[in-house]
Design a protein around this ligand. Structure first.
Ligand SMILES: Nc1ncnc2c1ncn2[C@@H]1O[C@H](COP(=O)(O)OP(=O)(O)OP(=O)(O)O)[C@@H](O)[C@H]1O
Ligand SMILES: [Mg+2]
Length: 300
């Protein structure tokens, strides 16, 4: 992180009024990522997960799993508790080193790279258990994400060279645009630990978007939400996709997943059980059995 203490102090000194005066673009792609191509149609494979296996000692948490993510789609990753969904995210984003297999982003192998390098290549994620900087404001949390991609060195930031000052200004404007986009701009100056649970979840998404990802991975972003809050979040996820991002979504609520995804990959006991359109998945007896916890074969 290359935010100097001075830069931090600067950010907190922007009160809500001053923040509101900034010229905020309504669309995330305009405000936060001006060079981004908007409304990318579903197209070629942007990511390939090939024969991915993750073992923890004797436990095979992910077993030879392969699937593709198409550019511009919302792909659901579902499965019962312990199926390996989070492990899959962790192996894709560099938290765990896969035991075997490959993860490709636009043809480039991510295997063995460090997390921040993978972020820089264009893969961002949120966590099942919220991870924010509690003692930083909402805006600062997002600026940290923006910081992950801009060019100023740590030294440049410490000595506040003109380029850094310019970037800081842009970072605040873009950070505000992102907070606006996820619907929590009025809380920009609030410490993230004081935000409501729902706003913390939204802030995590804003922070991940700040890295200008090609693919955004969301690990149960609607966990703990009531049905109305879940519906609002799904609207946000659709808006993110409309802005040209590709989304990989882990979500338990089948109804929700069916309503928002273009395609679904189902995991069970670390293995891929099915891969298809929502309607196909909904009617797949193996998936129904996995979710109801019933044996596939009645005679068994
Ligand atoms: N760091 C770890 N060390 C050992 N075992 C682990 C580790 N992480 C996950 N596991 C195990 O791997 C399996 C898959 O866990 P994972 O968290 O990926 O499941 P999940 O599909 O995300 O489940 P949930 O819906 O409950 O979040 C589980 O049996 C879990 O206990
Ligand atoms: Mg999980």
């Amino acid at each position: 992180m290359s935010i100097s203490p001075e830069a931090g102090a600067d950010l907190t000194s922007h009160g809500p009024t001053e923040l509101a005066e900034l010229d905020i673009a309504p669309e995330v792609a305009e405000g936060a990522a001006p060079e981004r191509e908007i409304s990318v149609g579903v197209g070629d494979n942007i990511m390939e997960v090939k024969n991915l296996t993750v073992k923890f000692g004797g436990l095979v948490a992910l077993d030879d799993v392969s699937f593709n993510i198409k550019r511009g789609e919302i792909l659901g990753l579902i499965g019962p508790n312990g199926a390996g969904k989070t492990t899959c995210f962790n192996a894709m984003t560099g938290v765990y080193k896969p035991t075997s297999g490959q993860v490709l982003l636009e043809g480039e192998s991510l295997g063995g790279r460090q997390q921040h390098k993978i972020t820089r290549l264009g893969l961002a994620r949120t966590f099942q258990n919220i991870r924010l900087f509690g003692e930083m404001t909402a805006l600062e949390n997002v600026v940290v994400g923006l910081d992950a991609r801009h060019g100023t060195s740590v030294l440049g930031a410490l000595f506040r060279v003109p380029r850094h000052r310019r970037e800081e200004r842009t970072a605040i404007e873009r950070g505000m645009a992102l907070l606006e986009f996820v619907g929590i701009a009025e809380n920009a100056a609030v410490l993230s630990r004081n935000l409501s649970y729902g706003h913390q979840r939204r802030l995590e998404i804003a922070r991940a978007l700040a890295t200008d990802p090609k693919v955004l991975c969301l690990d149960e972003p609607a966990a703990g939400f009531n049905p109305a809050e879940k519906e609002e979040l799904m609207t946000l996820i659709r808006a993110i996709r409309s802005d040209g991002y590709t989304v990989l979504l882990i979500e338990h609520d089948m109804k929700l997943v069916m309503g928002v995804t273009d395609r679904i990959v189902v995991l069970e006991f670390g293995k891929k059980l099915a891969d298809g359109l929502p309607a196909e998945i909904r009617n797949d007896p193996r998936v129904v059995a996995a979710y109801l916890g019933e044996p596939e074969d009645d005679a068994a």
